[in-house]
Design a protein around this ligand. Structure first.
Ligand SMILES: C[S@@+](CC[C@H](N)C(=O)[O-])C[C@H]1O[C@@H](n2cnc3c(N)ncnc32)[C@H](O)[C@@H]1O
Length: 394
């Protein structure tokens, strides 16, 4: 049963959400497309899949989705074919793909398989190879690194959905599959991906950022990424950072309580990688001068200012990734707003301690709107029990 994407018809879309945010995602979908139907169609431990039947010009709908991004929907793709599960399912998929890809056969392609709640012996990767090789034998050209088209094959319990996308078009939504399958890059930790995703999703222009304030910085993933971009960073956390890794990208100064300073100095002398790092106590006058990263080894309390921060000049970016709930991190963001230039960006992860997601969204909007505009929220692929908020300093 083929279902090519038509103009002005009722088309089928496949929608992926994080399972914990599925209800909020459903509401978002209904708000955006009130006349349309969304059916719950499959789920596993992480994902819930909806099938949407939406009337209207497919190009316009996808443009709408691309530009007015969803906060709690991870993937939104048009469905080109729906196949019932049968014995020869792989053969059936291959035949369907041949007919879907035969226009412009010279374009290269890549297969992405996602098994949601379908049970088979074969792993997703093995199915990708099996189908990819069969298509190659039929004259189609695979390109795993820079394909011109991507064929997504989603295995649900009772059916298989196929979606073919031109990769030269802007992505419909953050590419969950790619993020998930990404090889580890030169990062300090997986947190670093969260910041990369936020920058990409919220469209943050880092060329406008000269100085950043990173709260909850340890072990240093976000600081590392920002320092790599040539940004000067004041990193605040009572825990130690990965000084050896950070020293590879910037000159480091660590500022501690006077009782800790001597001890840390001794350690840095013993470790060759840390020889270039400076340590001083919190009563010293510090400025960025020759340093790319200043680590203030202390915890920030909403009602207690770290005076040193005020001496470091105004910042163009505030990041908060401190494992703390919505209210507390909004207070911290507001109390630090006086250290920010107008137009400075805020990126903040919000820990979920209950399932009341709408409550968190309300708190974030109410609190942040006092000092920031353009508050928006996104459950990013690398967020776990949390989501990410973005705003701009008024
Ligand atoms: C998830 S980790 C941060 C990871 C970091 N963004 C990275 O990329 O490596 C959370 C950190 O927040 C710190 N933290 C929690 N409350 C804090 C506070 N009030 N002030 C500063 N840091 C805090 C913790 O010590 C912990 O190291």
């Amino acid at each position: 049963m083929k279902n090519p994407v038509n103009k002005m018809a009722k088309n089928t879309y496949i929608i992926f959400t994080d399972r914990r945010f599925a209800q909020t995602a459903y509401k978002e979908l209904k708000n955006r497309f009130p006349e349309s139907e969304f059916f719950r169609s499959g789920e596993n431990r992480e994902i819930r899949v909806f099938i949407g039947e939406i009337e209207g010009d497919a190009e316009e709908i996808l443009y709408n989705v691309r530009t007015k991004k969803f906060s709690f929907v991870d993937i939104f793709m048009p469905v080109n074919a729906r196949l019932g599960i049968m014995k020869e399912i792989h053969e059936e998929i291959i035949e369907t793909l041949k007919s879907l890809l035969k226009n412009e056969q010279d374009k290269s392609f890549k297969i992405e398989v996602k098994k949601v709640d379908f049970r088979t012996e074969l792993k997703a990767k093995e199915i990708e190879i099996l189908i990819g090789e069969a298509l190659e034998r039929s004259g189609f050209r695979v390109d795993l690194d820079a394909p011109e088209r991507e064929a997504f094959i989603v295995f649900l319990e009772k059916e298989v959905l196929i979606s073919v996308i031109d990769t030269d078009k802007e992505k419909y939504i953050l590419d969950y599959f790619r993020e998930e399958n990404k090889k580890r890059q030169n990062v300090v930790n997986r947190s670093e991906f969260k910041l990369r995703e936020a920058i990409k999703f919220f469209g943050i222009d880092l060329t406008k950022v000269q100085k950043a304030l990173d709260i909850g910085a340890a072990p240093g993933g976000w600081t590392h990424y920002l320092a790599e971009q040539g940004i000067k960073i004041a990193a605040v956390d009572n825990a130690l950072l990965s000084y050896a890794r950070l020293s590879e990208v910037a000159k480091l100064l660590v500022i501690t309580d006077p009782e800790e300073t001597e001890n840390l100095k001794k350690i840095t002398k013993k470790v060759p990688e840390l020889n270039l790092m400076d340590v001083s106590d919190i009563n010293t006058i510090a400025d960025f001068g020759k340093y790319g990263i200043i680590h203030i080894k202390a915890n920030l309390q909403p009602d207690k200012k770290i005076e040193l921060l005020q001496k470091l000049g105004k910042f163009d970016l505030l990041t908060i990734d401190a494992n703390i709930p919505a209210k507390e991190c909004s207070y911290i963001a507001n109390s630090l707003s006086e250290l920010l230039n107008h137009g400075a960006f805020l990126v903040m992860t919000v820990k979920l301690t209950t399932r009341n997601i709408n409550g968190y969204i309300r708190v974030i909007n109410e609190e942040l709107s006092k000092m920031y505009y353009g508050v928006s929220i996104k459950k990013l692929p690398y967020n776990r029990e949390e989501f990410t908020a973005f705003a701009v300093r008024k």
